[in-house]
Design a protein around this ligand. Sequence first.
Ligand code: NAP
Length: 307
Amino acid sequence: MNRNRRRLLGHAGAIAPLALFADLPLPARAATTVIRKAIPSSGETISVIGVGTARRYQGAAGEAELAPLRDSLRTFLELGGSVIDTAPSYGNAEAVVGKLLADLQPSPAVFLATKLGATGRDAGREQIEQSFSHLQRRPLDLIAVHNLQDVETQLAQLRELKAAKRIRYLGATTSNDRQYKAFEAMMRKQALDFVQVDFALDNRGADQRLLPLARERGMGVMVNLPFGRGRLFDATKGRPLPPWAAEFDCASWAQFFLKYIVSHEAVTCAIPGMAKPAYVVDNMGAATGRLPDQATRKRMEAFIDAL
Ligand SMILES: NC(=O)c1ccc[n+]([C@@H]2O[C@H](COP(=O)([O-])OP(=O)(O)OC[C@H]3O[C@@H](n4cnc5c(N)ncnc54)[C@H](OP(=O)(O)O)[C@@H]3O)[C@@H](O)[C@H]2O)c1
């Protein structure tokens, strides 16, 4: 590693201070390194910020709708992002992601995660084959059973797929605390590479049992709904960042919300929905610089709870 690069890398694989990062032109930013974390079951690392594709990537058909999405993904890749999360239930989002990646030809390839939400083995298999076709990728990196739907049957099917090397990792998702009890029981029973759960500064229920259990069981954690679908932006609208946010290289509310999540020891990455290049630049800033320590994380919780 050359001296410059060593200087830029912190102990967590972090890069230079955020102000410097934000001022750099895109190619120069790409030359630096974003914070990455290891997938517990393999040691392979992924960027701590990924792209969620629910809602904003579905429905795009013509070039006018595809162009801003392509620009967003291009920016994400140029900034060193490596994870994209999608699902067969997000309208045509899988096909949109497949097309955009075919256009962009990222190298190295992105870590591509999708889901399986079907009942019965045949319906599950049909959906899986559609995902391969829409995403134009073999093997797929991760397929996770969506919201516990027919979870035993579908996980068994995913295990076969993994053994056949058609997928690299398998997992399960939830985004609703009404499912947490059943989700916890499933986590205790099944060997999973990843769980995907909802977790945000104002929605910390997953931290009670699911996140510690994931750590104990050696499962990677992807965090969905990191902004509560924008709820956190509404809560902080018009308010300045507290001055102590600068102590962990945080320059925006989005980075405040995301740095809280990715600094959790059990979390592997957060997957905010981002369909605008400006959002991508902002959110990828959360994968750079210092992260808050435990005491600061508590301070962040108290700050949001007091709003
Ligand atoms: N059960 C499951 O498996 C499950 C459930 C839900 C979600 N997910 C996954 O999690 C991902 C994230 O969820 P989500 O997209 O619904 O919600 P989210 O990430 O909590 O919020 C995304 C919204 O925040 C706004 N935003 C993003 N970056 C911003 C920035 N820098 N500044 C200001 N506003 C910003 C955007 O709103 P506008 O676009 O309105 O401007 C965006 O649509 C999904 O895309 C999906 O991949 C999985």
